[in-house]
Design a protein around this ligand. Sequence first.
Ligand SMILES: [Zn+2]
Length: 77
Amino acid sequence: MTYSDYKKAFKQLDAKPAKKAKYIKHNKPKDRKHGHALKKCRRCGRQGRGHIDKYGLDVCRQCFREIAAHIGFKKYS
Ligand SMILES: [Zn+2]
């Protein structure tokens, strides 16, 4: 099972508390203090390299490409 966010399964698991506890025990991501997995894109939730923190953007490179012109960036050449 692959979810972008492990909490998505809670909706289904709320009916079975014991299964939910076991699910959390085995699937909860580590609490990170540093590293690329700490940062999530605020637009799509993607975590990984290509994250743009500059100017307080906090988006991944794919989202940046989509919204760059809208938020005022101009592409030269
Ligand atoms: Zn994104």
